[in-house]
Design a protein around this ligand. Structure first.
Ligand code: PLP
Length: 394
């Protein structure tokens, strides 16, 4: 049975032969987002035409609203940040640390969720890196990464900071279980969400923060992302906000809040100055496209269907059977996001990628894994083409 794309590929700028399986590296912007960029660019060329509410404040609000709807949170708790790193830095640099405090992170995190915590050594804060499963083993359904992180918590731990979906092996953490464990221990759970945002539904009931850049699964441009924080964590942090973060929207008349109240208590509290409104507009338009096809839940279900089909195709090839079986078990256990990461000798991956590129098929590799990232614009035709490419002998 064929599976139609959930989001029409016609909405993008894909040449006929291009099969983009690498949104985990960079998501393609829908044409609607590019049109938004062009419209806003005009206000940069012609500032005398700029309407402050429609072309600026409303654009910011559109992004907050769309981002909140996609993540299933309140728009009040969204801060507009430039990328995952700056979202996490707002927390790392803003928290009232005491010397001897600890942060727990998984071993092997992307630098965006590692360097902000390592930098705290200067304040006497120790970053503890915890392997999520035995080294050299491939992750399978017997792993318990949440348990390993929770076991590393000590009375000095203030935060656990972890990727929701890992960039190299594609393993997805159970945010509900981890968040609940953190909350029971009085510890904040901080999430690097970029590899899941736009393709899966995050469970943030027990989390304190979720940071994501906008240029992967959310299909925005580089340089515009979102940070969600709960009010309890926000209150503990140093405010970053400047004039746009006054308690009520700045009037352009130069009116500031009273001395007792310089910052809004909502997400603007953590916005370090004016955003690039072009980036905000484009990301809002992209996320609105995702919402129009049913949002993260519909996309997650679609991607899972396609992944199962791909693995079913690959299972008949001796070279892929073992990995297809392992990944199928991981899907069934809810351990994957939109990246299927196939462990494979690096020369084989390199040859495959090279051969794929010659045919217009683009996937990616990290740390010994071939990453196949599916999204809403893919359908069964794409998956079958991907399987054929992977199974063809060199
Ligand atoms: C897990 C993870 N976090 C963060 C990033 C990117 O961070 P930023 O949005 O700060 O550029 C990536 C990019 O590959 C990633 O895979």
């Amino acid at each position: 049975m064929s599976i139609a794309p959930l989001l029409s590929p016609e909405l993008f700028d894909f040449p006929d032969e291009t099969l983009w399986l690498a949104h985990c590296k960079d998501g393609p912007m829908p044409r609607a987002a590019a049109a938004m960029l062009e419209a806003l660019l005009r206000t940069e060329l012609r500032p005398w035409e700029l309407r402050w509410n429609e072309d600026f404040l409303d654009v910011e609000q559109r992004l907050r609203d769309a981002g909140a709807a996609l993540l299933g949170v309140s728009a009040q708790d969204i801060s507009l940040v430039s990328c995952t790193s700056t979202g996490l830095q707002a927390i790392a640099l803003g928290y009232p640390w005491q010397p001897g405090d600890e942060v727990v992170i998984p071993a092997g995190e992307f630098p965006s969720n590692r360097l902000p915590w390592l930098a705290l050594e200067r304040l006497g804060v120790h970053c503890v890196e915890v392997p999520l499963w035995p080294e050299a083993a491939l992750p399978d359904t017997d792993i318990e990464p949440e348990q390993r992180l929770l076991q590393a918590i000590t009375p000095r731990t203030r935060m656990v900071a972890a990727s929701w979906v890992r960039f190299q092996d594609g393993i997805r953490l159970d945010l509900d279980r981890l968040g609940q464990g953190c909350r029971e221990r009085g510890v904040h759970l901080i999430v690097d969400g970029i590899q899941g945002a736009g393709t899966a539904v995050p469970d943030l009931r027990h989390a304190s923060a979720f940071a994501t850049g906008g240029h992967k699964g959310l299909l925005g441009g580089q340089g515009q992302g979102l940070l969600w924080t709960n009010a309890a964590l926000r209150r503990q942090l140093m405010p970053l906000g400047t004039w746009l973060s006054a308690p009520s929207a700045f009037s352009q008349a130069g009116t500031q809040g009273t001395a007792a109240c310089h910052w809004a208590s909502d997400g603007r509290y953590l916005e370090a100055g004016s955003p690039t409104i072009l980036g905000c507009g484009a990301l809002a338009a992209s996320i609105e496209r995702l919402l129009a096809v049913g949002g993260a839940a519909a996309i997650e279900a679609h991607v899972t269907n396609l992944q199962q089909r791909l693995l079913q195709r690959l299972r008949v090839a001796a070279a892929w059977k073992q990995e297809a079986d392992r990944l199928q078990r991981l899907i069934q256990a809810g351990r994957t996001g939109s990246i299927l990461s196939f462990a494979c000798p690096q020369p084989v991956i390199d040859e495959l990628l090279q051969r794929g590129q010659a045919q217009g098929i683009n996937a990616s590799t990290r740390e010994g894994f071939l990453r196949i990232a599916l999204h809403a614009w893919h359908g069964s035709v794409d998956v079958d083409r991907c399987a054929q490419w992977m199974m063809a002998s060199p």
